[in-house]
Design a binder for this molecule. Structure first.
Ligand SMILES: [Zn+2]
Length: 145
């Protein structure tokens, strides 16, 4: 192989490595944006719900249908937010406690809050690979930073 080919090859793998890294950063920040959006939408729905409750007691009208609708929507948004938060935790290498939902550092064996045993890295990795297409290398890199 000529020196030129060798340099070209190295440059290519450097670009690939940067691309993978950038891809991960974008994905996590996208998830964080989605979480922020959901949070503000939930807050907004709570405000409307508060207003409906106020109107109901001020006017003596029945708004139970509106309330049920809003509560259903809020529950939907909250479970959506839960799954986004879960993806963020997985992408940033945190382990979620199956018992209390606390996010723990990757190396933890037990939950810092309730003491529950946490799933092993291998189990976690299988779950992560299903949902987000990050390579193992990227995860290891983060540990060093
Ligand atoms: Zn726990």
């Amino acid at each position: 192989m000529s020196i030129f080919e060798d340099v070209l090859l190295n440059a290519r793998s450097a670009v690939d490595a940067v691309g993978k890294k950038a891809g991960k950063v974008i994905d996590v920040s996208k998830l964080k944006l989605a979480a922020a959006d959901l949070k503000s939408e939930i807050t907004h729905k709570y405000q409307i719900l508060g207003r409906v409750v106020f109107e109901e007691s001020a006017t003596n009208k029945d708004y139970s249908k509106n309330k049920a609708e809003l509560i259903g929507k809020i529950e939907e948004l909250r479970s959506e937010l839960d799954s986004v938060n879960e993806l963020i935790a997985k992408a940033s290498n945190k382990k979620k406690c199956a018992s209390c939902g606390t996010y723990n550092p990757k190396n933890s064996q037990f939950c810092s809050k309730c003491g529950e045993k946490l799933v092993s890295d291998e189990e976690e990795r299988v779950l992560t690979d299903d949902m987000i297409d990050f390579t193992e290398d990227n995860f290891e890199d983060d540990e060093l930073l």
